[in-house]
Structure formats: structure tokens, C-alpha cells
Design a protein around this ligand. Structure first.
Ligand SMILES: Cc1ncc(COP(=O)(O)O)c(C=O)c1O
Length: 382
């Protein structure tokens, strides 16, 4: 099990921050990378000509390492929504087919398909939130539903952001593939924590941002694109995705054919090296710790939370169905609206999410945080 990494962060002992699923604190090393990068932008004449490309290839490699991808299959993008919009442009959803999404999944893997459904002549089918927390069975049932329209796409998060349910993606990927459907995975609450191997999972797209679990800044996200989807038209038309469009050449539009690999989907202004270096450092830290030691630590913490909160009137998803790093408390009588505020007044931070209280520890949390949460919760939730 990974020991607590609190010393690598700037978190005072009296702060009990259990809200990484909203936004993680930046490790000191990531903050330092950001400060140094701002300084470099202050004196840009000192940069080597290959500086930017080294930066974005380092970040691409770090992102690829977290999901078992070849860096050539990873695009640099600014947000999950941007990646899904790219997928929406690249994939044709046949008329009369259906796209599966999860009930109350985050907007990013959902709204793209909803907004295209009417003109595209297909339906978006929502998998209802299962009462027993078993999202995997609910999705498999929806994939297999007899008499349903042909399945074109499954566009889902692999860990549900609000209830913390963990989906068994290998089983879902196999079932979707058997139906000839494409798979888009929003791995926002998964990449860097649970083990992901895109080579065996074989999704069409898998996307994650850096500002939550992989300890990076806003405005940076990464998109794995399967080779079979690497011939589409990118969302933006920029010089970087063309083979030879260079301001330093004597002919500007020398070769406008697209570059090979997922790079064709890279965002404009990908050279933003301040956030790129920060993103790379955070992802490299996560890779250095490794999935299994991280999962061991975070599941130890969420199990301890669940044990401590037993008999306090809240319900949680069964251990084998929930993510190791997200514990969402359900209140059969409803959650007091000001509960998160009352906790925050005691320097204890968790997030209200769709009527639940979402607790999401990360590598900087320890048993003291958990015990503090339990004690404070029992006192202020009364
Ligand atoms: C499941 C999920 N996907 C995506 C995002 C972020 O989406 P975007 O990068 O499009 O803002 C979040 C943020 O809360 C999320 O919880």
C-alpha cells in the first residue's frame, strides 16, 4: 500500500480535504513546475526552438503511460467535452440506431449525443441508476435488451461521478463490441487510479482531464483514439495537425494533409507550456506510485470511512460495486442542505452531489483525516 503522500502537498494538518473528485490540490512539485514555466514565458527568447515540442511530447507520453497507450494514439485536448465533440464529428451515428448513456452522468459524455440526436435521427437511451448500485449489470442489460434499436455507441463514465459506482469496463467493452457498437469512455474519475489498459479494452475513445485525480491544472485533458478512428476531420483546423504548414517555411500551405496518429486531433495552442509541464509532472507522479498501491491506499481509506459511518443513518454502495476512491453517502431521509457548509466550517471538505455527500480521498489523506471526518460528521449531521 502506498504510504500517505501528504508531505508532498501544501495541506495544513487542520484541513481535512476529501474532495479530489471536484478538484485536487496541486502537489508542491506541480506548483513549482507552474511557477518556473511562468518565468520561462516571461523571457521567451531564452527558449530552445524545440522546447515546446519536448513539452507536449512529454505530456503525451505521461498520459499514455497511465492508460497503457502508445503515445501516438493520444491527442492533447483542453477538456473532456472537447474530446467528445471531436468524437461526435468523427463518428457517424446511423439513423434509427441508439446511443447508451448513464442516468445523470456528467454532461460531457452525454450532451454531445443528445444535441445531435434529433437531426441525426437516432435515440439516446439512458441507463437508469440502479437501486443496488450495480451499474455494470444495468449497462449490460441495456446493451442486450431484446427488440431494441441497433446499438451504435456506448458513451459512459467508467466511474460514476455522483454515486461513485465503478463500472466493469472490460465486460461492458466486450458486450458492446459483440453488438458492433463503438465505445467512448469518460475516464475522468478513473485514469491514474484504477488500472486501465486501452490495448485490451479497445475503446474507440477514452478521455480524461488532469485537474482532479491526476493532480494537474485545469485546461488540460488527453484523448486516446483507436487507430480505426484516426482518419477523421479534427474539431479545429490548425497547422499542427497538418504535415507541412509552417510560418518559417517559404511556402506556407506546403502540405495540408493530416499528420499520422491521434496528433491530428491536437488542440489549437497546444504549446501552452505552463499547464503542459504541470500536467506532465502530476501524471508522472501518479505513474510513479502505480495503480495497485494507490488503489490499496484509497480503498483502505474509503473502507474505514464506510465502517466509521455504519449506523449513522447513511447508505453507501456495496464495496464490490463502488470505486475504491469515491464514497457517496445516501441519506434515506434526505441530506440537510447546509451539511457541506457545516462541515466546511470545521475545515472538513466533501461535495454535495445530486442529494448525496461525495467523499473522495486522495494520496495525501490518511487515517487521521478519515477519523476526523467521521467524528465531525456525526456531530454536525445530528
Ligand atoms: C465524469 C466527468 N467527466 C468530465 C468532467 C469534466 O468535463 P470537462 O472537461 O468537459 O469540463 C467532469 C467534471 O466534474 C466529470 O465529473
Amino acid at each position: 500500500m502506498l504510504p500517505s503522500q501528504r508531505a508532498l502537498f501544501d495541506i495544513p494538518r487542520d484541513v481535512c480535504f476529501l474532495n479530489a473528485a471536484s478538484w485536487s490540490p496541486l502537489p508542491l512539485a506541480v506548483q513549482e513546475a507552474g511557477r518556473a514555466a511562468v518565468g520561462r514565458k516571461g523571457q521567451p527568447w531564452k527558449l530552445e526552438s524545440n522546447f515546446q515540442s519536448q513539452q507536449y511530447e512529454r505530456a503525451r507520453k505521461a498520459a499514455a503511460a497511465l492508460i497503457g497507450a502508445d503515445p501516438a494514439d493520444v491527442a492533447l485536448i483542453p477538456s473532456v467535452g472537447y474530446g467528445v465533440a471531436t468524437a461526435g464529428k468523427v463518428m457517424a451515428i446511423p439513423r434509427g440506431s441508439r446511443v447508451l448513456v448513464l442516468q445523470d452522468d456528467h454532461t460531457s459524455p452525454v450532451l454531445e449525443w443528445m444535441s445531435r440526436a434529433e437531426t441525426g435521427g437516432y435515440t439516446v437511451e439512458t441507463v437508469k441508476q440502479p437501486a443496488d448500485g450495480d451499474w455494470t449489470s444495468a449497462v449490460l442489460e441495456a446493451i442486450e435488451r431484446p427488440g431494441a434499436a441497433p446499438l451504435a455507441l456506448v458513451s459512459i463514465s467508467s466511474v460514476h461521478w455522483s454515486d461513485g459506482g465503478a463500472l466493469d469496463m472490460p465486460r461492458i467493452a466486450t458486450a458492446a463490441k459483440a453488438k458492433g457498437a463503438a465505445l467512448l469512455v469518460d475516464a475522468t474519475h478513473d485514469a491514474g487510479v484504477r488500472r486501465i489498459d486501452v490495448k485490451s479494452l479497445d475503446p474507440d475513445f477514452l478521455i480524461f482531464p488532469t485537474y482532479k485525480w491526476v493532480l494537474g491544472p485545469y485546461g488540460r485533458a488527453f484523448m486516446y483514439v483507436a487507430k480505426r478512428r484516426q482518419t477523421g476531420v479534427p474539431l479545429e483546423q490548425i497547422s499542427a495537425s497538418r504535415k507541412a504548414v509552417s510560418a518559417e517555411d517559404t511556402v506556407y500551405f506546403r502540405d495540408t494533409s493530416y499528420v499520422e496518429g491521434a496528433r491530428r486531433y491536437d488542440m489549437g495552442e497546444r504549446d501552452h507550456f505552463i499547464s503542459l509541464e504541470m500536467a506532465a509532472v502530476g501524471m508522472e507522479m501518479m505513474a510513479g506510485w502505480g495503480n495497485d498501491p494507490i488503489v490499496a491506499r484509497l480503498s483502505m481509506l474509503t473502507d474505514r470511512l464506510a465502517d466509521g459511518l455504519a449506523n449513522s443513518g447513511v447508505r453507501v454502495i456495496d464495496k464490490k460495486l463502488r470505486a475504491p476512491h469515491v464514497l457517496s453517502l445516501q441519506f434515506p431521509q434526505g441530506m440537510a442542505q447546509d451539511l457541506p457548509k457545516r462541515l466546511a466550517a470545521e475545515n472538513v471538505y466533501a461535495a454535495p452531489r445530486l442529494g448525496r455527500l461525495r467523499i473522495s480521498p486522495h494520496v495525501y489523506n490518511d487515517e487521521e483525516d478519515v477519523d476526523r471526518f467521521v467524528e465531525t460528521f456525526k456531530r454536525v449531521a445530528r
